[in-house]
Design a protein. Sequence first.
Length: 272
Amino acid sequence: MSQSKSKQAAYVQARESLLAEITESLRNDERFVAAWLAGGYGRGEQIWTSDLDIHVVVTDAYSESLCAMPWPSGGRTTPERLKLFQQFGTPAIIYDAHANNQLGGSFTHIVYQESAQNVDWMLTPQQKAHVLHDTLLLFDKVGLPAAPAEEPETQEEQSERASMHVSFFWMIASANVMNLLAGDLCEFHMLLIFLEEALRDVRAALRGEQARYVSHTHSRVYATCEEQATALRSLCDEMEKLMPTVVELGGYLPPAPRAVVEMRLALLEEER
């Protein structure tokens, strides 16, 4: 095994050991009645760099202190939560961002000093909790209710969402050519990811679904002007294939977006 592969294996083993320690400790703690993993683990798509997104349901007797949110976000957490997190190592990075907990509890991003492992802790009062979709249950002492059924979108809502993402795509695509003209390649490659996300959003809207979160991208770095223009054109081609279906659904499109993109790309060719 190469040295890099060996380090990766050790990193994964450290994460699995940390997860086992957290699960066992929470299961045996009277303050907590359920826990599950979301993110890549919840979907069964974890990779060696994945972090741990842990939802923990706190009994109502302890939720006031453990789920307290005296600030919406910041590089700190409450003493009560910090004491919990310190059971599993020394926090090297701490950041509260409670809006990230969709159930209405607290959210704290912790990176542990000893292992560089990242755990996103979401603590939720029992009275607010239900099991989420795409999660891996660690334990449930009380039989939490299932996630409520989502109301299906109307065709009008579906077409509006698809249309909005189409328009967003072309706004970013045309702006991204200007990044090439300005030589801002970092911004160009970042916006390619935005364009890929917009494509996923349109495809999901046409299926009547919400696009699934993707924590990593398979995008590559394009070294030459020709490769960069080709990559952008390829994404535009994919969007143009989707646009007739958006119209059939009752949606709307920008009048002539590809023409603007090509006009700006022609300026790039003149620069070479």
